[in-house]
Design a protein around this ligand. Sequence first.
Ligand code: G6P
Length: 611
Amino acid sequence: MCGIVAYIGNKEARELLLEGLKRLEYRGYDSAGIAMLNGGVHVAKTIGRVAGLEEIISNNESFGGSLGIAHTRWATHGEPSDANAHPHSDDVTHGHGIQLVHNGIIENYVSLKTYLQDKGHTFTSETDTEVLTHLISEFYNGDLERAVQTALKEVTGAYAIAVICEKEPGVLVAARKGSPLLVGVGKNEYVVASDSSAIVAHTTQAFLLDNETVARMTRDSFRTTTIDNVELTPELKELEFTLEQIELGDFEHFMLKEIYEQPATLNTSMQGRIDSIGGTITLGGVSELADELVKAKRILLLGQGTALHAAMIGEYLLEELAGIPAEVEFASEFRYRNPIVEEGTVAIAVSQSGETADTLAAVQEAKRRGATSLGVVNVVGSSIARETDAGVYLRVGPEIGVASTKAFIGQVGVLTMLAMYLGRRRHLGRDEMRRLLTSFEEIPRKIESVLAQSDHILEVTSRVVNRDNWLFLGRGLHYPVALEGALKLKEISYIHAEGMPAAEMKHGPIALIDKGMPVVVVATKGSQYEKIIGNMEEVRSRGGHVIAVATEGDEEIHNHCDDVFYVPDVPEPLQPLLTVIPLQLLAYHAAVLRGKDVDKPRNLAKSVTVE
Ligand code: G6P
């Protein structure tokens, strides 16, 4: 989704802004733009990559100076085009020289536009953002901060903005509601950005702007206020990650780097939380609500995309291990139903970014209806982390690859710990818990052994990669794994893939199976093994090419499939943490073999901050 970087300070801003935009590229975008104040306003925007913008401005001296705003746009209102790209200005001839970049959606932009048109404003783009720029211009009376505050009072929707004005050449104003925006504080310099990855190279001190707050920065001062102009004291925090974590190192793609980081990140996620000898789990973030959680009558899990698939696994585990009725729902659907939230309901929002607009709104809705809310999120201090009553962080570090991998393992890992934690408090015996925890502790090492099969997975993938339609099948806990495998393949290789419960195949999708169609089946040893073998036979007898994910030592599986990826034997509730790994690698290899841009898949955004 759109990315913002803005700078005011003592350095040349151009390189810094471009580098910041590159660091935000992973969020997904279709056009880029920049505005700099350097003895007047200078603006460049272009459809396509940041590299294109760089070409336009790199040898143009007007883009010097140390105050500027920059943006990567992911189109919502109006197609990707130079005209719709940000920054947007107020009327070039009659305005005040205001330039603005925006992430979010101004929901009432149509009525605001009519109001402004009646006052003589004319518009050159189809965007909601241009309307906000003109609204600020309308209220401008020599004080940019004041004009921004006044304009934002008229706005409904979500925004993170950075604004400059030709008439105030030493001032940068930023504001936010809903969409994330951080202010990095250096020595006589400020870097404003959508996330820390664009800040950390310059300073590790930052604060997150609160909802409906405005920051006004000059080179040597800053203040934050509410939109009603009440001054606030922001809380400076040390950014938790390092530059190394957001750089590729020896890997060709972030996705591959993150796949290989999974053993380490799962270890970090477990650290200090599990004690396999004592058979206990400590989850500091939920300890104060522990009694309430143990007595929960129903747990509702909310998420989107990969996070939803992790939540589906959480649903199985909470019922299986904790014995608590659990349900999972697309956050985007939940928020617009009239859901019945009975007393004793706990709503868990699962999200890597902690900023997904639908997930945030859904958990807020559940809270309004009386649920206790928990966040299972990665980004510390993100909106969901702040809006929920308690939560457990994933601790997997920054995830840059658009196709989520280590965050999925982190989400499933945390939900597994939560289910075991509640199970232990309810009915799981100490010995059973010890056994489970001992196996859980060994998962990172076992993931490594699956990663070691990458060459074999590449070889198998290369034989079927030219096929355009794939199915992924699983049963029980592996149904969400099948969904996740299909999603990974779609996202980065643009191969059409569907995931489904294996038994559902007979109700329609089986008609698709023809000679050589790849069908990936998660068929590990467990309660539904025989049933899934039956499903594999149904595929094989129609000519499908079956690729099984099976348990090490299962030689019999060769009689039912064409290719096999083995995973180590672990207790059934822990299997998803292993069975998804070959599917991540398969998707990665397929995308590379097809020559796709793995880390910047078309049309996708890493963090979907609009509904
Ligand atoms: C987008 C991303 C997915 C992610 C989903 C939910 O679609 O491309 O990778 O799973 O949003 O994001 P969240 O940050 O809430 O986990």
